[in-house]
Design a protein around this ligand. Structure first.
Ligand code: ZN
Length: 281
């Protein structure tokens, strides 16, 4: 499970550009009858606009400047994106909100703090006018994502929450905040780990879902975020953990072997163990 921490993370997907979605039609097609549970959960009575995708996409270290390839990135990532502390200094990761409302910001702070005992550091919030390690925005509606580990330093925003509202129920709020902060401390998606991963993708079904309503991902984005798997030597990871907060919800129709996972909304024991282990080194 473990996701890889920081390190591993690596790079995952190639660049942010790889995850730009295709232009959405002005008039979306009618929802399918087999709406996914997570999408349905976000749909509110009376919504005139169909719910948008609720899938997190990892944001890889920028490749824009030097035509990074995943292969190149794999080489040194293991420790490259893990937060490190200066001797004698408080162990802290600074965070700021670029925008957003206090009620939602406060809920994020409370939930994100659940990672602190395992990282061994505090998230310290600074005013939006100050420099920070992690920069949070709410501007990109429908999309939630985060840069991985210390790659957050070079980007603003480095994390986006695209569907949190004051009325969002606690479980879904907690799920996405713990997940994105998991990326921010270096974790990658669980379904892309190599160790003991039982998922056999139904490629046609996965493409049919992600390339169309309500997601409109590009083919490259699907390859990078769904099918790509890290190699063992890239990760500081243990065995695949289906209960990880970094696991996607996977419906059985996405696999050829009947494998499926529900939405995980809290840190698993292995999430805690792995992060504690990595940040103790
Ligand atoms: Zn994610």
């Amino acid at each position: 499970m473990k996701r890889t921490l920081v390190a591993l993370s690596l790079a995952v997907f190639t660049a942010m550009a790889a995850c730009d979605t295709k232009p959405k039609p002005t008039v979306p097609p009618a929802p399918r009858s087999e709406e996914d549970s997570i999408t349905a959960l976000f749909k509110k009575p009376g919504d005139s606009v169909p719910p948008t995708a609720r899938w997190c996409t990892e944001m890889f270290p920028s490749q824009a400047a030097d035509s990074f390839t995943i292969e190149k990135m794999q080489a040194g990532v293991l420790t490259a994106y893990k937060w490190k502390w200066q001797l004698g200094q408080p162990k802290r990761i600074t965070v700021r909100f670029n925008d957003g409302i206090p009620a939602i910001q406060d809920r994020i702070k409370t939930i994100a703090a659940k990672w602190e005992p395992f990282v061994g550091a505090k998230f310290v919030y600074v005013p939006s006018s100050q420099e920070a390690d992690i920069k949070i925005s709410f501007q990109q509606r429908g999309a939630s994502w985060s840069r991985i580990g210390t790659d957050s330093k070079g980007h603003s925003p480095s994390m986006n929450f695209g569907w949190l509202e004051e009325e969002t129920v606690d479980s879904l709020f907690e799920q996405v905040v713990l997940h994105e902060f998991g990326h921010a401390i270096g974790l990658v998606h669980e379904h892309q780990l190599p160790n003991g991963n039982p998922i056999k993708w139904n490629v046609d079904s996965v493409y049919a879902y992600y390339l169309n309503y309500p997601n409109y991902w590009t083919v490259q984005c699907v390859k990078d975020n769904i099918f790509f798997r890290y190699q063992r030597n890239q990760l500081n990871a243990g065995m695949f953990d289906p209960t990880s907060i970094m696991m996607y919800e996977i419906p059985a129709r996405f696999t050829t072997n009947g494998y499926s996972t529900p939405i995980n909304v809290r840190l698993s024991p292995e999430d805690k163990r792995l992060v504690s282990d990595v940040y103790r080194r």
